[in-house]
Design a protein. Sequence first.
Length: 171
Amino acid sequence: MSENYRMKQAMQRRFVTAAVVGLSVAAAGCGSIGESKSIDYKSARKAPSLEVPPDLTAPTASGRYALPEEGERGVATFSSYTTDREARPATTTVAQSAIPDEMRIERAGSERWLVVKATPEQLWPEIRSFWIENGFVLNIDQPDIGVMETDWAENRAKLPQDLLRRTLGRV
């Protein structure tokens, strides 16, 4: 093959490449020149209000949310509120009643912890077995310094199992 033929082929390839790039840029530019699709709120006008069809009736009012009559308890005061609160028996939540006296929950901000009257040697095996029985993986388990850290436990049962999730889940 001659040198002229190769140069001619190279020039043709460059021309075709430039033509394809030019047409692509022109096609992309034409799509962005049109009208703006943003909503012009200033030109909005008031529409007529909706009408209830004649076959629909207003729901009947129940006495659940009715206001008391004027003679019943027309005035609410803080003293009557506190008197009513003191007269009621104190309610405890299930979590508080389930905790024995030798334990308490303490909190600082969003972190909470359990304070127990027992030695670490007594509690460590029980706490470790609790996490493992509940399906947690222990990332750090160092009783000598008192640190136990679990891995994240996520419930993925309700996630849709499409092709991508199934494929990545096997990896």
